[in-house]
Design a protein around this ligand. Structure first.
Ligand SMILES: [Zn+2]
Length: 318
């Protein structure tokens, strides 16, 4: 038996695990990313996190390292082209980690990695045609078709968050307007709620945010909706509508058998999922809508680190 290191590089935290090939976690470590300190400092924290979990291998040989990073990221040479949340441009993540750790390293987009993790360790075991979507600060995606991750030419494929859903809709960070991410991500949900509360629509969200609409978060919207607040429910259902429309397109293009939705916003639960499923039922070609399940992802906060392990298992030995 061998062990593997999985690294999840996020805008807020760097997480590392040591795990066996079947996903049993042997050691965990997490630290602040603090991207404001610059790429070199972050690289130092990633290396330190990896070494911390590697020190707990207890004599088990370590086969390699997987690392999931915000994209776009060229999976062939392991260079992160641009990661706005990290302030990174053209950072050679794979080469740096291989030099520092002395192990083979596979890097990949974090949402692609999470899709692989759900298939190997989570809610998509045995599923060859999967759409994975994570809805949190942004909206990311990973597509598995015919049992293989859809990479595109350089590994940029699967950017579900930048599917254009409302062509004249709100601006997106990518430069387009009306992307799914600009309509249904956590910040988009919070902004929609803040606008309506700011216009005087009654809602418990105002007091939950301490009287300042600008302090409404997606978590507050979800909490208020669960408590029966009709404005919060409406805001969430609007986001769910857009997610459903995006999924109708994906269902028609890819014919998945399972769609998994993860990320913080998925914690909103039935209110979100019921609307998404009903949009799909109403709008997708019936024979295609009937055969697809839409479910919450299973791995939660571990999706990133287990995804990094899955990346290495998938691509580290070829
Ligand atoms: Zn976009």
């Amino acid at each position: 038996m061998t062990a593997l290191v999985g690294i999840d590089l996020g805008g807020t935290q760097v997480r590392a695990i040591l795990a066996t090939e079947d996903g049993r976690v042997l050691a965990r470590y997490r630290t602040r990313t603090a991207p404001e300190d610059g790429p070199e400092a972050v690289m130092g924290r990633i290396v330190a996190a990896a070494r911390t979990v590697m020190a707990q291998a207890g004599g088990l040989p370590i086969a390699g390292v997987g690392a999931g990073s915000p994209g776009p990221l060229d999976y062939r040479d392991g260079v992160v082209l641009a990661a706005p949340n990290l302030g990174w441009i053209n950072v050679p993540l794979k080469a740096r980690l291989e030099a520092e750790l002395g192990l083979p390293v596979v890097v990949g987009n974090d949402a692609n990695a999470a899709a692989l993790a759900e298939r190997r360790f989570g809610a998509a075991r045995g599923v060859d045609n999967l759409v994975y979507m994570t809805v949190s600060t942004g909206i990311g995606g990973g597509i598995i078709t015919g049992g293989r991750l859809l990479l595109g030419r350089r590994g940029f494929a699967g950017e579900i968050g930048h599917a254009a859903i409302e062509p004249h809709g709100p601006p997106c960070k990518c430069g387009n307007t009306g992307c799914l991410e600009a309509l249904a991500s956590g910040p988009a949900i919070a902004r929609a709620a803040a606008e309506r509360v700011g216009r005087g629509e009654p809602s418990v969200m105002l007091s939950l945010a301490g009287g300042d609409p600008k302090r409404i978060t997606a978590e507050i919207v979800a909490e208020a909706a669960r408590g029966g607040d009709s404005l919060a429910a409406d805001v969430l259902q609007n986001a769910a509508f857009y997610i459903g429309v995006a999924l109708v397109n994906l269902i028609h293009i890819l014919e998945p058998e399972l769609i998994l939705i993860g990320g913080g916003v998925a914690h909103a639960g039935d209110l979100l999922f019921d609307t998404i499923r009903s949009v799909v039922r109403q709008r997708a070609i019936p024979c295609m809508a009937a055969q697809v399940r839409i479910e919450p992802a299973a791995l939660g906060d571990d999706a990133g680190v287990l995804g990094a392990i899955a990346l290495f298992l998938e691509y580290g030995r070829t």
